[in-house]
Design a protein around this ligand. Structure first.
Ligand SMILES: Cc1cc2nc3c(=O)[nH]c(=O)nc-3n(C[C@H](O)[C@H](O)[C@H](O)COP(=O)(O)O)c2cc1C
Length: 167
């Protein structure tokens, strides 16, 4: 290959993303991890995808239930983002959440949106897995997004809204 791992990471880090917490329920307990690899795939039927690393300890626990919820983080939730980017511990301690109506997966209060999914397809993706979810339910909140760019957090300095646009 004409590039090394560091160059690959450097190139990918220039693709700006939002940040999510992927959550689920295992034996009645909330489980989750910070995840930037989230993408909207299909509108009809509604599909999204997330990509957990094979090293993720939370994903196998979430996957057992066959469902997961993607919580899109706002700029005010950087501490949550950091708290869920560690393995182990009681990550949900002190976190306000409620079970989603469709699957019971944790919906974290204050998120910009949440997308509740049934696992539709699991595909090998090298040192990650590619998980396609069928969207069963969703909700939206207000606020500005938490942004991840070149391995650091950022916020939007200027934001143009489409709220005035005719639908
Ligand atoms: C901004 C950010 C984005 C991340 N994106 C992902 C991701 O897309 N997939 C993933 O598996 N881990 C991602 N991580 C790392 C996991 O959150 C981290 O490895 C965590 O320890 C996993 O927890 P777990 O072992 O409980 O699953 C990200 C971390 C941060 C801070």
């Amino acid at each position: 290959m004409p590039f090394d791992v560091a160059q690959f990471k450097e190139a990918m880090s220039r693709f700006i993303t939002g940040v999510t917490i992927v959550s689920g329920i295992e034996d009645g307990e909330p489980v989750g991890f910070t995840c930037q690899s989230f993408v909207s795939l299909s509108i009809d039927p509604p599909y999204v995808a997330v990509s957990p690393a094979r090293t993720s300890t939370s994903w196998p626990r979430i996957a057992r239930a066959g469902s997961f919820c993607v919580n899109v983080l706002g700029e005010h939730q950087v501490d949550l983002c950091r708290g869920f980017a560690v393995s182990g511990g009681k990550k949900f301690e002190g976190v306000e959440w409620h079970p989603s109506p469709a699957t019971g997966s944790p919906v974290i209060e204050g998120c910009l949106s949440w997308v509740d999914c049934a696992v539709e397809l699991v595909h090998d993706a090298g040192d990650h897995e590619l998980i396609m979810g069928r969207v069963l339910d969703l909700g939206t909140g207000d606020g500005s997004p938490l942004v991840f760019f070149r391995s650091g957090f950022a916020t939007l300095a200027r934001q143009s809204h489409n709220e005035d646009r005719e639908q």
